[in-house]
Design a protein around this ligand. Structure first.
Ligand code: CDP
Ligand code: MG
Length: 718
């Protein structure tokens, strides 16, 4: 799109005007903000909520604060760390210094809040300490993560450290994928999976320790887990004579809870579990020079690319970590940087691209963790997964676009009733974390593609997810274990409007009755690890005799990336493949790769959909739904089954060509990528709304008005 940077070196030395006061000499550069040793103690102490009471409660396990000379000392250890045997690497982690004191604290306290900088060893080491010290007795240790890819990659690492095969004593459990066995003692799992386990085991009796990791993220499931843990603690740890005979299990199976967080807003967790012990692990943080751009950047991807090449040509070796909002940005920037990197003069360091985002398949990101080859610079493109969940070794430079994707529920009364995933500005807390990633192994640099004023106007930290997300699926799960979101003791209570909206959806789907009680359909729906709209469609497919087809569709929609590959260069070919060809699958498995390529399909997404389908099939079997019933070539049964689930995703054509929701106020347009885009179909059904400059419906199908009538969802006027 733009002229190649390398033909025009000036354009890419531009940062003279871009970076504040950036002189050619490093020492002359102004550093508007310095994150140095003790990122936490310096950077955060200013916040009024982090007052003296936290300091009082905090016990410093070790005092390894970086200071002058640290950088030099470190560069020696950096060279050697990579060759260090694993056990020695473990013993060099900041947390290892305080190991014995830490174990003592865990032994003595029912609930511990453990704070520490990213990379200090909390997530990988604490579970091993608990196992090795016998604190976990013969129970399991659950370590919860808000993200799937963190759970799988951490389990892989810890299995290596324990020298066991993944799935034996160290395993993981994430949606649609599990590697664990009866031997498993340390289980990394998503917070969603453990909340799901509550349905079959309300006391979580398998676990002797539950570690709630990345608690500062305040994901919806983590909040629900924390609320439940408080109740479970009361039930499992209250002495028998207080609770009455036979009920208390205190003697046999007490529970320990460890809440771990990378940021300092821990008092709230401590208060919630009254009397929790707060412990602080001092990390090993080196100075990071932070530069802000002098002007706001219109195109953050382009700015990131230019900054990357500026670093690559002007700065010493060291890997670069670029924070981008999402997978699409990552994939496109990866291609662009690669194209320019290929044009670099032969004598330059080469560039190794390493994308990293939540929906990657396990193992796909392994080159991120492998040592950088000689004469090479890694360019890691990551979402906020690399902010605290995963520490990537070798990073010396961080480029922060200042953007992230945030899920936010648009309440029905404001014309919404759906989740949006919008790119938005990060928070100050995220910006600090991102900068800190450059100072893990030595002094580093952080280039912020936003101005210092923009930084100052950012929110301090993000709002808990429970305040801004659709609650339907959680509400339904809680109903199954006899809980109500309204009465559950949560750290933060969601808005009434959002609660009401979710109740209405569940009522329309037939999951709840008018008294807000769960129905038998609701129970069946909750058995599927799916959003209620999709589980409802599967249940309806039984009635319409098309479970086979609906399972296919729901599996594909549940895969973490889209099965259709976009290609801007071959747009016509893609369109031809998609709109005119009937796809019949290849006979032999070996032809699959080639077949996918020819038809512009994402093989990995299809294989994932296949695994998901297998899991859904098993759930069908448990519920007595015959997964093989098929309607052959007929479309209506399938559309109608989907219609039961997507009952609130129906819209009617308006005279001006737009569509109006049958429930809710929103005016939607059919997304330009849809085959129905200009077809003036009288009534449509869609599986998602995307909100860009206007609201677009995606995954659109034609549906008959008479069917909408039978659902009883057509408004009087229509
Ligand atoms: O949880 P916390 O941020 O405190 O640290 P951690 O995740 O336990 O990581 C400790 C160290 O293990 C990091 O500095 C990484 O270098 C290393 N690690 C790794 O090499 N590969 C992984 N998959 C995970 C961690
Ligand atoms: Mg961690």
């Amino acid at each position: 799109k733009k002229s190649p940077l390398f033909n025009n070196r000036k354009s890419f030395k531009h940062p003279k005007s871009t970076w504040m006061d950036a002189g050619d000499d490093d020492r002359k550069r102004k550093t508007p903000l310095k994150v140095n040793a003790g990122l936490l103690s310096n950077g955060y102490h200013k916040s009024p909520s982090d007052g003296p009471s936290l300091k009082r409660a905090r016990k410093s396990i070790n005092g390894h604060a970086g200071s002058e000379g640290e950088g030099r000392r470190f560069s020696v250890s950096l060279a050697s760390t990579k060759q260090l045997p694993l056990q020695e690497q473990r013993s060099k982690l900041p947390i290892a210094k305080g190991k014995d004191a830490l174990i003592q604290e865990f032994r003595e306290n029912e609930v511990t809040v453990l704070l520490g900088e990213t990379g200090s060893g909390k997530t990988t080491q604490v579970p091993q300490y608990l196992l090795e010290s016998g604190i976990a007795r013969d129970g399991m240790i659950a370590v919860t993560q808000p993200r799937k890819v963190a759970a799988t990659s951490l389990a892989t690492r810890v299995a290596v450290e324990q020298n066991v095969t993944l799935g034996s004593s160290v395993g993981y459990s994430v949606r649609f994928d599990e590697r664990s066995s009866s031997e498993t003692r340390i289980k990394y799992m998503t917070d969603g999976m453990i909340v799901r386990e509550l349905m079959s085991d309300p006391l979580l009796s398998k676990y002797s320790v539950v570690i709630v990791d990345e608690a500062h993220e305040r994901s919806l499931r983590t909040d629900l887990l924390i609320a439940n843990l408080k109740t479970i603690l009361r039930q499992r740890n209250t002495p028998q004579d207080v609770k009455g005979k036979g009920k208390g299990r205190a003697d046999t199976n007490p529970l320990k809870i460890i809440v771990m967080s990378a940021t300092l807003d821990a008092e709230k967790f401590g208060r919630f579990f009254s009397g929790a012990k707060i412990i602080y692990v001092q990390g090993r943080q080196h100075p990071v020079k932070i530069y802000h751009s002098s002007q706001g950047q219109v195109d953050y991807a382009d700015a990131a690319m230019r900054t990357f090449f500026q670093i690559h040509t002007e700065y010493p070796p060291g890997d670069v970590l670029i924070f981008l909002p999402g997978q699409e940005d990552i994939e496109s920037l990866e291609k662009t940087i690669q194209i320019y990197a290929n044009q670099l003069p032969q004598d330059r360091m080469s560039v190794l691209m390493c994308p990293m985002y939540a929906s990657q398949a396990p193992g796909q990101n392994s080159k991120v963790f492998r040592p950088t080859p000689p004469n090479t610079r890694k360019c890691i493109l990551a979402t906020n997964i690399a902010e605290t969940s995963i520490t990537i070794p070798g990073v010396k430079f961080v480029i922060d676009t200042g953007k992230c994707k945030e899920k936010r529920y648009l309440a029905r009364n404001t014309g919404g009733g759906f989740d949006t995933l919008l790119t938005r500005d990060i928070t100050q807390s995220s910006a600090m974390q991102r900068a800190g990633r450059a100072g893990r192994e030595g002094a580093g640099y952080c280039f912020r593609l936003y101005t210092e004023d923009a930084f100052k106007t950012m929110a301090l930290s993000s709002e808990p997810e429970i305040m801004r997300c659709s609650l339907s699926s959680s509400l339904l799960q809680l109903k199954c274990i006899g809980q109500d979101l309204e009465t559950l003791e949560l750290m933060d209570q969601p808005a009434d409007e959002s609660m009401k909206s979710s109740l209405i959806l569940l009522f329309f789907l037939g999951a709840l009755n008018q008294k807000k009680e769960i129905t038998s359909i609701g129970r069946q729906m909750a058995a599927f690890p799916l959003e209620p709209i999709f589980s409802r469609a599967i249940i309806a497919s039984k009635e319409y005799g098309c479970t086979h087809e609906v399972l296919d569709i729901v599996s594909i929609l549940s895969a973490s990336s889209k099965i259709f590959v976009e290609s801007s260069e071959q747009r016509d070919a893609v369109s031809e493949a998609r709109h005119t060809r009937k796809l019949t699958s290849p006979r032999a498995r070996a032809d699959c790769k080639d077949w996918c390529r020819r038809h512009f399909l994402n093989e990995r997404a299809l294989l994932e959909a296949n695994d998901i389908r297998e899991q859904l099939r098993q759930t069908c079997q448990r519920l007595g739904i015959d997964h093989q019933t098929s309607c052959g070539d007929k479309e209506d049964p399938v559309i109608h089954s989907l219609g039961h689930g997507l009952a609130m995703n129906l819209a009617l054509l308006q005279p001006d060509g737009s569509y109006k929701q049958t429930i809710g106020q929103a005016i939607v347009k059919i997304h330009p990528s849809s085959t129905l885009c200009d077809k003036k179909t009288p009534a449509i059904i869609y599986d998602e709304l995307v909100y860009t400059n206007q609201i677009y419906a995606r995954g659109v199908s034609r549906i008959s008005k008479s069917f909408i009538m039978t659902l009883g969802m057509l408004k009087q006027e229509s």
